[in-house]
Design a protein around this ligand. Structure first.
Ligand code: NAD
Length: 329
């Protein structure tokens, strides 16, 4: 079994690859893994082992058709995580989001079809559905993305589906809620708040802090991806939810508690443009068809995540310094 993982040096992709290499997924204990990652500001080679007998790491771009045509032959599956992933960045400049998330996905699909890769899983997000005040989305709900990030992901989902319908590619799409866990870039809410609080610095909370997000541990997301890879049906989309719903204020209070930090460090800041009020997924299809059930309790997973950042300043301090250098430029 040979698995081609794009974006495998990022937060979720690297968690998936480390699990594969650790033999965490039945039937894939001997899988060989090729990671293709551009190592943008969000990618970190240190998220993966420097050397592993079953890992090949290639620095490259999913928009590079020639490279993909060289690399893909012989692989049994593509798991496509690579993307520009930060909503806030898409509000100031959406160009890389369209280039990588839309164009890159199309190029990767073309390469998969032309080289005869038998299976493809496209990783997407609940944000493609927009915002929902009550109830939850199932996979048949309309796509109403509100940010350029979400719109680029929605576009890539539709292009992916069209390659199943047009070319008969054996392809499934996953749409997951907000992930948390170790190795997440410090620009994202939980790592940003944790590392600010560890430094005794204020944390910026958008608007009133009332926005609701459904948090799922990254290990649960990766287990779901593997279930879909091995047992998902072609042409189908699977929501990956089952996480814990919290307002951003409630989440902030938990982080303050876990770190013993002063609540006065919370600063309310001008809300994000077009900030989605609430996301909520129905994951019934994944549970009923594929037997999915999340395993990581939120309180436990969050405490472990905070502990990981506390114990690994050598991982996040350079990332944070680079990000702050970028903000100053
Ligand atoms: P991330 O930003 O941590 O990682 C993205 C990775 O993709 C990085 O390693 C980056 O270097 C790489 N990359 C970017 N552009 C590339 C290109 N042109 N060619 C090759 N590699 C490139 O993102 P993440 O949080 O790990 O998200 C992974 C996927 O999961 C994305 O598709 C995202 O939309 C989706 N997703 C994320 C969440 C979440 O909460 N983080 C939730 C649902 C879905």
């Amino acid at each position: 079994m040979k698995v081609f993982v794009t974006g495998g040096a990022g937060f979720i992709g690297s968690t998936y690859v480390r699990s594969l290499l650790a033999g965490a997924y039945p039937g894939y204990e001997d899988a060989e893994v090729t990671v293709l990652d551009k190592l943008t500001y969000a990618g970190n080679r240190a998220n993966l082992p420097a050397h592993h007998p079953r890992l090949t790491f290639v620095r490259g771009d999913v928009c590079d058709l020639g490279l993909l045509r060289d690399l893909l032959p012989g692989h049994d599956a593509v798991v496509h995580f690579a993307a520009e992933s930060h909503v806030d960045r898409s509000l100031t400049d959406a160009s890389a989001f369209v280039t990588t998330n839309v164009g890159g996905t199309q190029v990767l699909l073309d390469a998969a079809v032309s080289t005869g890769v038998p299976r493809f899983v496209h990783i997407s997000t609940d944000e493609v559905y927009g915002s929902i005040e009550h109830g939850s989305w199932d996979e048949n709900c309309p796509l109403l993305p509100n940010s350029p990030y979400a719109a680029s992901k929605a576009a890539s989902d539709l292009i992916a589906r069209s390659y199943w319908r047009t070319h008969g590619l054996d392809l499934s799409v996953t749409r997951c809620s907000n992930n948390y866990g170790p190795h997440q870039h410090v620009e994202k809410l939980i790592p940003r708040f944790v590392t600010n609080l560890l430094n005794g610095e204020p944390v910026p909370l958008y608007g009133t802090g009332g926005n609701v997000r459904e948090w799922l541990h990254v290990d649960d997301h990766c287990r779901a991806v593997q279930l879909v890879l091995t047992r998902g049906r072609a042409g189908e989309t699977y929501n990956v939810g089952g996480g814990d719903e919290r307002t951003n204020r409630q989440l902030t209070d938990l982080l303050l508690d876990l770190l013993g930090a002063d609540p006065a460090l919370v600063r309310y800041v001008t809300d994000r443009k077009a900030h989605d009020v609430r996301y909520a997924l129905s994951d019934r299809k994944l549970r009923e068809e594929l037997g999915y059930a999340p395993q990581v309790d939120f309180a436990h997973g969050l405490a472990e995540t905070v502990a990981w950042y506390r114990d690994n300043p050598g991982w996040w301090k350079p990332v944070r310094d680079a990000a702050q250098g970028g903000e100053r430029r």
